[in-house]
Design a binder for this molecule. Structure first.
Ligand SMILES: *Cc1c(COP(=O)(O)O)cnc(C)c1O
Length: 420
């Protein structure tokens, strides 16, 4: 069971809203830091362990800085994400560049920053060599294909566009060694929101076996394996959170059995967890604008799927708390909607909630990863502000809300007015 609590009171939120109108995302800095430390502590046994926080999960420099201060790196997959990591002060191999279908300019930037470059395909060896030059360190993303199964969010590895196949591994590493690469890593990413500890441990074992294979077949000693992200969080109250220490212990046992036993110790373990780190500690705060009683009962918010897309695109569950009604009976079955001209703009469908009135404040839980980040401007919807809640209860505006001028910024009204 995951208890769904809030790090603020109703009175506190009302004060915050008086200065920063809803909708807004608010992140609990203290909980994020504590969670980051827990993860690092669980892997204290692993030499050089590092989580590369995937910038795409929560691309706000204040959050990435908070995590950098805890020793995390940044996992980037686009030019703006590389620039953000650089601006935060991360340098060199504190940045992992795990892209796919990559424009040349992005490899150039990654190489300039000295980031770890993680190639998605064997054909990118020539591409990077031509455009950015091959450095001393290179990594490949490994796709195990039909030997592993994915879940509904990430899909089957064999159907995925990502990574090199099992059959390409030897050729890939032999080729980069011939081209002068002297330091080697291997990456994979086969899970998304995975709560099954065994699956996560098996992923580590899979890469450890590849490390043994590369040593046996090519005499290549991997410097690191990057297990990717995708570790899940309990969105539903009845979900069991991951036992992080248990997973770390399972990975340690696999490390002993594969890496130590084959004389490959030390092998550095990296992961790229975003959702696990920040997901549970973000909240979308929204005000009820309307109630509607037609074929169904609807509660309309001032937030919409532009602020949190997961329910609409994945049918994902997000818990909702009606502030001040935490202990009221959930005896009203409603759809909670946004204002988009799209009928899938619903945060919940047929959920029993307390009696809700116009003006009530609803808090949507677990928006700390892939929440604000997935926002968009369809239908002229403007993305919300982001606030950082500190231990003393104060908030800092770490991203202002978009304005109509932001929305129009790329349009040339002047040319229209001039009649051209
Ligand atoms: C999205 C992504 C992640 C992070 O996924 P989480 O679910 O946030 O842990 C890590 N690595 C890669 C390559 C990704 O694409």
């Amino acid at each position: 069971m995951a208890t769904k609590t809030l790090p603020f009171t109703k009175a506190q939120i009302e004060r915050i809203i008086s200065r920063h109108p809803t909708p807004l995302h608010i992140y609990d800095a203290q909980a994020i830091v504590a969670n980051a430390r827990r993860l690092s502590r669980a892997f204290a046994w692993a030499p050089g362990f590092r989580n590369y926080f995937p910038v795409k999960a929560l691309p706000n420099p204040h959050i990435v800085r908070l995590l950098a201060d805890e020793g995390f790196g940044a996992d980037c997959s686009s030019l703006p994400e590389l620039v953000l990591a650089d601006r935060v002060g991360l340098t060199g191999e504190q940045i992992m560049f795990s892209s796919n279908d990559t424009p040349a300019g992005e490899y150039v930037k990654a190489a300039q920053l000295g980031a770890v470059i993680n190639l998605d395909d064997i054909s990118h060896i020539d591409f990077v060599e031509r455009h950015a030059g091959l450095g001393e360190l290179l990594c490949f993303r490994y796709n195990p294909g039909p030997t592993r199964h994915g879940n509904t969010i990430i899909g089957e590895p064999a159907e995925a566009k990502f990574g090199i196949t099992d059959a390409q591994v030897i050729d890939a590493y032999r080729t980069i060694r011939e081209r002068g690469v002297t330091r080697f890593g291997m990456h994979t990413m086969v899970a998304s929101n995975e709560l099954n500890a065994t699956y996560l441990i098996d992923t580590a074992r899979m890469l450890f076996e590849q490390a043994v294979r590369l040593k046996d077949e090519l005499g290549i000693r991997l410097e690191f394996v990057n297990l990717g992200g995708g570790w899940g969080i309990p969105y539903r109250p009845e979900d069991e959170p991951i036992d992080v220490e248990g997973v770390a212990e399972g990975i340690r046992e696999a490390y002993q059995a594969e890496i130590v036993a084959n004389g490959l110790d030390p092998l550095t373990i990296y992961i790229e967890c975003g959702r696990l780190v920040t997901g549970p500690y973000g909240y979308l705060v929204s005000t009820v604008l309307h109630k509607k009683d037609t074929y169904k009962q609807f509660v309309g918010l001032d937030a919409c799927m532009a602020h949190l897309m997961r329910p609409a695109i994945y049918g994902a569950y997000h818990h909702i708390t009606v502030l001040g009604k935490e202990d009221a009976p959930c005896d009203h079955v409603v759809d909670v909607t946004g204002s988009l001209c799209e009928n899938n703009d619903k945060f919940v469908i047929d959920r029993p909630l307390p009696a809700i009135e116009v003006g009530d404040i609803l808090v949507i839980h677990d928006t700390g990863a892939h929440g604000h980040a997935l926002g968009f401007n369809y239908n002229g919807k403007l993305r919300s502000a982001e606030l950082l809640l500190s231990a003393d209860g104060e908030v800092r505006l770490i991203r202002r809300a978009e304005t109509i001028d932001d929305y129009f910024a790329t349009l040339d009204f002047a040319a229209l007015d001039a009649g051209s």
